[in-house]
Design a protein around this ligand. Structure first.
Ligand code: FMN
Length: 251
């Protein structure tokens, strides 16, 4: 219990004092990439560029007031534009700045030190023009990378989310993984609280953006770690599931 509470506190002066001159950034270790690499010949799917997206103009105040955790969805598919909008709203790259040790990205959601330690995976069931299956969002290219399709995926995901059946009753399930080293490279022991705070921003952006297009979502913190990581094909150590959220249209 105490260890968990310690994570929430910023009372880490001593630990930080011990390590701040030894962070990988200070030691000159190259900045880790802000996005996981993918095979050059991978099948990529173009999304609608951010500057062409016209949805999501509802007043912020009304949208925030309407926000709820939604667990009942209609059958209606999302358009490719709507999915593009939700991805842009959560992890979209607004600006790339070249630093001496490599590029850093500024995105639609904030992240401590602009480290952006997340990857976005999508289990798509009904998005116009995109076949069902598992995908990963490439935020720097604003494209989707197809990973695999499998009829058993829906059932496996429900089980991995502790039998919460609604997680695959929307049209797309967002699953975020964390790659902690992206933040640890800079903040060492201070990283883990920051990563959790970052994840909250990400999901709140999804809540607000979904509401603004007549859709809804529900944060999912209850899942089985190993099962989710296995479905995504991540190693559970350098990259692991941290959060999920199904999206669908709501009445
Ligand atoms: C970190 C976090 C984890 C959550 N995990 C789940 C979950 O696994 N299943 C679920 O049905 N709701 C989950 N929720 C949604 C909460 O139950 C919901 O936010 C809360 O009941 C308040 O309702 P509201 O979001 O409509 O205001 C989670 C919310 C947060 C912020």
């Amino acid at each position: 219990m105490q260890q968990g509470r310690q994570l929430l506190r910023n009372d880490v002066r001593k630990e930080w004092a011990n390590c701040k001159h030894k962070t990988d950034q200070v030691r000159g270790v190259p900045r880790p990439p802000g996005q996981k690499p993918h095979p050059q010949d991978a099948k990529l799917i173009d999304l609608v560029p951010a500057e062409e997206l016209t949805m999501g103009n509802a007043p912020v105040r009304e949208t925030i007031a309407r926000r709820r955790s939604r667990r009942i969805f209609t059958e209606e598919a999302l358009t490719l534009g709507e999915l593009s909008y939700l991805l842009w709203a959560t992890q979209g790259v607004i600006k790339v700045v070249e630093r001496r040790d490599g590029p850093i990205t500024f995105r639609t959601s904030p992240s401590g030190g602009a480290r952006h330690p997340f990857e976005t995976y999508l289990f798509i069931t009904r998005v116009a023009g995109i076949g069902p299956g598992l995908y990963r969002y490439l935020s720097t290219e604003h494209k989707l990378l197809f990973l695999y399709a499998d009829d058993a995926l829906s059932g496996r995901l429900v089980y991995a989310c502790c039998d919460q059946e609604f997680v695959t009753q929307g049209v797309v399930l967002f699953i975020w993984t964390a790659i902690p080293y992206r933040t640890e490279w800079r903040y060492s022991v201070l990283s883990h609280k920051t990563i959790l705070l970052d994840a909250g921003h990400l999901c709140q952006n999804l809540y607000i953006a979904s509401e603004s297009i007549g859709a809804g979502t529900c944060a999912i913190g209850a899942y089985f770690q190993e099962e989710m990581d296995e479905i995504l094909g991540v190693d559970g150590e350098e990259e692991f599931t941290i959060y999920a959220a199904p999206v669908g249209k709501v009445d």
